[in-house]
Write a protein that binds this ligand. Structure first.
Ligand SMILES: [Zn+2]
Length: 80
């Protein structure tokens, strides 16, 4: 039997993807940061993490500082 891989939902487009294909983030106080195995995490798909409109929506939704948040996403895409 094939082992099923975990599926997670992207918070921006609400589509489901294999967990390994998603960027994993978490909220630390006011800031969204890369997930570090502590606390509650959430996911963002590759497409949304480079989609300006979606990014702006998230910045608003989570009240993030735009420059820092975009920089974080870029770093995570590069590392992934
Ligand atoms: Zn998405």
């Amino acid at each position: 039997m094939k082992k099923s891989q975990p599926i997670r939902m992207c918070i921006a487009c609400r589509s489901r993807f294999p967990q390994k294909d998603l960027i994993r983030l978490k909220q630390a106080k006011e800031n969204i940061v890369a997930y570090d195995n502590e606390g509650r995490s959430f996911y963002l798909c590759d497409e949304c993490s480079i989609n300006e409109k979606k990014i702006k929506g998230l910045i608003k939704r989570f009240k993030q500082e735009e420059e820092r948040f975009i920089k974080l996403l870029k770093e995570l895409i590069k590392n992934g």
